[in-house]
Design a protein. Structure first.
Length: 342
């Protein structure tokens, strides 16, 4: 197998407006698990549909190794790409048993008899549904249906598995369970996987690489750890940062990782024109006996801790955690252990 390459890929629909996908270049290594992350309408699904062969690029190209799958002139048909796609809606045949649903792609390819049965058994085992082979989709839970859809895409040994928000219809508890299934599925199948989601926690938990998109453009591609520690720019910081973004006069500061000494100096500077966006995560804000003073504006009880919003000065809002109960309106002293200049 070879790596999947998107080379300056663009897609403009005839309805006009800005391109749905705008000059996106990235490489997905063989056996990698890439999450395409971004808000609704940013172009994730359109990228996925171009990779699958359901849409043709208006510019740029898609390659699997040195084989061109699509560019603005040519397009390899979806059935000749050896890819499988799992949809949010599962798209199972209601009148067929689980085993027949899973075996359907083999039937279409003319694989029959013992070979077909073995493949179906293996695929059902991979998603732990051996005992459900004879049921109909209507007699399964949402999570089990999703597993059938996964098993169905395993039977053809695809080079690339494409998943479009596959967990969007499941409740929170089931989502966590299915995240484990996906990880296991990825390890067992060895397939390259591309996973579209608008949920940053899901992207971080599952993928080996995260690609963040906004308004058709690719903003950053990196490992979950890298993107969490060093988000590039306000949009990525807002999506993956899980913290507050404040504007402080820090544009002239050299380091991007800022500690309390630097932050203290920034706090005492007047707000001129050279403000920079600073990401401050709640776990880096310590409620201490001394420090700068902030007013509690919101308190949310989360069981093991309280999640707070704090007003610092006139405009800036920070988020913090507290083990001790606090009330809206209380004044607290805080130390910011570390922050990241976006
Ligand atoms: P969501 O998470 O809501 O599915 P997305 O990030 O997957 O969003 P896309 O579905 O790729 O976004 O859509 C990107 C943009 O392209 C949107 O503005 C959408 O309205 C537009 N678009 C998508 N498909 C078509 C189409 N067939 N014709 C015209 N415009 C389209």
């Amino acid at each position: 197998m070879a790596k999947l390459i998107l080379n300056r890929l663009s897609k403009a629909f005839e309805t006009g407006g800005r391109p749905a996908v705008n000059d996106v270049s990235l490489e997905v290594r063989d056996g990698g698990f890439l999450a395409l992350l971004g808000p609704s309408g940013c172009g994730k699904t359109t990228v996925l549909r171009m990779i699958a062969g359901f849409e043709q690029p208006t510019d740029g190209s898609i390659l699997l190794g040195d084989r061109v799958l699509a560019d603005a002139g040519e397009m390899v048909a979806p059935e000749h790409r050896n890819m499988a796609m799992v949809f949010q809606s599962y798209a199972l045949w209601p009148h067929m048993s689980v085993a027949d649903n899973v075996g359907y792609p083999l039937k279409v390819r003319g694989v029959t008899g013992e070979r077909r049965s073995t493949k179906i058994r293996e695929a059902l085992a991979a998603v732990r549904l051996e005992a459900y082979a004879d049921r109909r989709p209507a007699d399964l839970s949402g999570g089990q249906r999703q597993r059938v859809a996964l098993a169905r895409c395993l039977v053809t040994d695809p080079d690339v598995v494409l998943l479009d928000e596959p967990l969007a219809n499941l409740d929170r508890h089931l989502r966590q369970e299915m995240e484990e299934t996906f990880r296991e599925f990825h390890q067992r199948s060895g397939a390259t996987m591309i996973y579209v989601t608008h949920d940053q926690a899901e992207a971080m938990a599952l993928a080996t690489d995260v690609a963040v998109m906004s308004e058709g453009r690719l903003l950053q591609v990196a490992s979950p750890q890298e993107i969490y520690a060093r988000p590039e720019g306000r949009l990525v910081g807002g999506l993956v940062g899980q913290g507050a973004i404040v504007a402080w006069p820090a544009a002239s500061v050299e380091n991007r990782q800022l500690d309390w000494d630097v932050l203290q100096q920034l706090l005492s500077r007047s707000h001129g024109a050279d403000c920079a966006d600073i990401l401050i995560r709640p776990q880096d804000v310590e409620i201490a006996g001394e420090g700068v003073s902030a007013r509690v504006t919101s308190v949310l009880f989360e069981g093991e801790r309280y999640a707070l919003k704090l007003a610092l000065g006139d405009e800036q809002v920070l988020r913090a955690f507290s083990r001790q109960p606090v009330k809206v309106g209380d004044m607290v002293a805080i130390i910011i252990r570390s922050a990241w200049r976006l």
